[in-house]
Design a protein around this ligand. Sequence first.
Ligand SMILES: [Zn+2]
Length: 641
Amino acid sequence: MHRWLLSLILFSAVLPVLAQTEEHTCKELIYHDQRFNPSKPLFKSTAGHNIDIIYDRLEFDIDPRFNEMSGVVTTYFKALGSTVSTISLDLSDTLMVNKVSTRGVDLNFSHQNNLLIITLEKPINTGQTDSVRIEYSGDPTNNIYQSYAREKSRTNDPHPIVWTISEPYGAYMWWPCKDGLTDKVDSLDMFVKIPKGNKAAGNGILVDTVSLNDSQVVYHWKHRYPIATYLVATAVTNYEEFTDVVYFKNGDTLPILNYIFPEYVPYGRNPAKETVRIMKMYDSLFGPYPFIKEKYGHAQFLRGGGMEHQTMTFMVDWNFGLVAHELAHHWFGDKVTCGSWSDLWLNEGFATYCALLSYDILLSHDDFIANNLGSRSRAFENTSLPIYVFDTLNVSRLFSSQLTYNKAAQMLHMLRWILGDDDFYSGLRAYLEDSRLAYGFARSEDLQFHLEQVSGRDLNYFFDEWLYGEAYPELTAEWQNTDGGVQVRIKQKSISPTVSFFHLPIELKVENASEIKYFRIEPQIADTTFFLPTNFVADSLFIDPNYWILTKNSVFRLDEISKGIKLIPNPATDEITVYFTNEKLKEIRVYNSVGQLISVTQVGAGSNQQTVDLNPMVPGIYMIECTGNSGRIARSEFIRQ
Ligand SMILES: [Zn+2]
């Protein structure tokens, strides 16, 4: 899931602007809490421990002009453990169960405390199968999760719309199910009866649309892959549709079906084509699209962001980062689903990181750097909680953009840096292909296991520090030129109350006007000195120039002070202070990495220090040039974070 801070009204008002500017996503990833009121009790499933759901036949009667809907859900299941005489399913008390039957025989049931308990016609034993048919109706729109939502119209179109979005705890608000992370429905058919003039989006393949009369049509969707309860979805409005096709190298083809608001077609048609490139990229990185025998698709809805409903993502628009995020979930989230909401980062951290990879591989490294810096700044914001979620009933915490999305994405980026691309991607493929996990559920330790297996490394320390630990370290480098190289002292200060030292390999870049060398060091204690054999006299040294690790860094050049220039802090965010130790400053000029003059600061008489405002500058590497009163010029580089 990927939510933005856009309200419905704002969305409608800015629709064309969004399309024209292709605004990107990091700032919009902030979890929007409007759906959840923490003062109300949240739901946790208690249903169905004695059965394994095999198949669901879902029949919904939905008219987007009205809040009320009705449904007939026929659930096929297998008995687990012991003799089963009653089964229980999650279903909101706001819906009315009209009848429960099997093979034409009415069954006894009770429905209270959001639990539907059904007495079977006769007990069944372990491994035996049975089914129940549940007829129900009501108004599912008035629920705290807004998991069944209706809007009377859209700003530029008078048609009403209904959509569902069940993650994490909302499925039982609109259909009887096992609402949890232990049992996927092995396959399903969904029949959605709707007024003519609408289309109904769904999971899997559209088998047919059957006209019932002058006013009603039934959309029949068939899905033959296991699916987590929260990924079952439908949406109904007057969609237009278009299809792109992916041609894979091995000869497979895959349709990408888009259900789009008619008024949005001019804005969505071209951006939607990017899905093909992203699909091919994930196919090469992570293995075949997990639902290759069916389809991929998008259906537009009015909630900010998107939701990775299996084979049919719902989303607000076709923004590149959003498309990449939701498609990535089909490997990380849909094929392999987090086995507890505590492990939600296995869904969201991967989707966030995969979107960053998409920028890098399909757009440009500059796009990656810009978006990665945004992701890092979000990840730095929360220093008091770990990525792993201990309080899963706190839904705001669960979907924290800072932790579950961005810090988790940075954690994956660090794993890639530590393991190298070969082991990192091999480990991910092994995780996705593990028969215990594929089309099922995984916990954090399952991912750790596969990364350890493929790399031969013990990663306990890393998961302890980054998944279960809090915050991040601050690094300081003090360096100077010495014979044949550079001497650098690296100090680490952990600002985490839970991690005293973060074990990280650190990339250092050393350069002068004509030469650059990279070094990889791996301090094991908080204060270590290294010799870097450069064989040239360096002008500057950078910690982690490619932003592999989640650290805040400062660099001090010890022999620079005698040369007369010192920049604090470096890297810097809002401002940087220039010290000119041997004489008074006259003027400070700042140039960007391609040599364009960005700012000129005249220094008041008699001062040898001056603060420069960095707020107008975009993140990147800059050169600062100081002119002293004598006319002496000194230059040094700094990083604007
Ligand atoms: Zn997501």
